[in-house]
Design a protein around this ligand. Structure first.
Ligand code: AMP
Length: 188
């Protein structure tokens, strides 16, 4: 089972992914977390990623595809994967489809969380105070929203065109209420 949790910055992808993985046999693969770990290690890839992330831009596709390919190959014994924050461009989606296709696999479902931009920005500014992420400044948030609209939103169009089940879920309200909707949408 390969699932994708999708949505704009602040839509609750990481929070919902953690709940889904703890309840079902899916391993949570967050590309943002992988990049933040690399950045904290201070590797050359990490330093470059940190600069791009702090500006709210997208890390280049070839690097992201390489990272995900390695993780999908190693696996960790669980029966499926829940991708969080990937794919973020149509090129990434096509690369993912190709790597899964080699093993006769494909994306089984996409859960697309939705919320008005005012809610998203409010959540990210709140998170800035709690977690202090370097890309939760108003300037970086504005750029991330722009990247989402310009390059990421069309990933849904790609998957709809491929006949993949895309479930749009209202991402507003309490975490538990959103999770109920996610569970219902996915039918798990
Ligand atoms: P996230 O934790 O998913 O909000 O990601 C934080 C940041 O990491 C993004 O704003 C991007 O700079 C970078 N990033 C994470 N995943 C990707 C991806 N699939 N493609 C490009 N950049 C990514």
């Amino acid at each position: 089972m390969i699932g994708v949790i999708f949505g704009p910055p602040g839509s609750g992808k990481g929070t919902q992914a953690a709940l889904i993985q703890s309840e079902f046999d899916l391993s949570h693969l967050s590309t943002g977390e992988i990049l933040r770990t690399e950045a904290a290690r201070g590797s050359s890839v990490g330093r470059e990623a940190a600069r791009i992330m702090a500006a709210g831009d997208l890390v280049p596709d070839p690097l992201m595809v390489r990272i995900v390919r390695r993780r999908l190959q190693t696996g960790n014994g669980r029966s499926g994967v829940l991708l969080d924050g990937f794919p973020r461009t149509v090129a990434q989606a096509k690369a993912l489809d190709a790597m899964l296709g080699k093993d006769g696999r494909r994306v089984d479902f996409v859960v697309a969380l939705e919320a008005p931009e005012s809610v998203l920005v409010g959540r990210l500014l709140h998170r800035a105070k709690v977690e202090g992420r370097s890309d939760d400044t108003l300037e970086a948030i504005t750029e991330r929203m722009h990247e989402y609209r310009a390059r990421t939103a069309e990933v849904l169009t790609h998957y709809r065109g491929e006949g993949v089940r895309v479930e749009e879920v209202d991402g507003t309200g309490p975490v538990e209420a959103v999770f109920e909707r996610v569970r219902e949408a996915v039918g798990i």
